[in-house]
Ligand binder design. Structure first.
Ligand SMILES: [Zn+2]
Length: 96
């Protein structure tokens, strides 16, 4: 079942998988971003007129598939913020 532009939920295993390369991230009850490489970019590293990093309160967090390097999501949050949920599936964790 498709759950995201680039992610599927496997109907049998309930694992979240990349639609392009098949990489398995985690069980569907988890936040896939905890299992995806995250790149931190300051606003002054992004094209366009942006404030200098000393004056910025936010950072861009880019999440990628480790199998095919497809960018999955970009968040703009405080620098040390944990990954946000962009999709939360209502299924019990494995073994429950
Ligand atoms: Zn992939």
């Amino acid at each position: 079942m498709r759950i995201h532009y680039y992610l599927d939920l496997d109907d049998k295993t309930h694992k979240i998988k990349c639609r392009k390369c098949g990489h398995e991230f985690c069980h569907g009850s988890e936040n896939y971003k905890l299992h995806a490489p995250r790149v931190d970019k300051y606003p002054d590293e992004v094209f366009g007129v942006r404030p200098p990093r000393e004056a910025s309160n936010v950072i861009y967090h880019e999440y990628y598939c480790p199998g095919c390097y497809t960018m999955l999501d970009v968040e703009v949050t405080e620098p040390d913020a944990p990954p946000m949920w962009d999709i939360q599936i209502a299924i019990p964790p494995p073994g429950k």
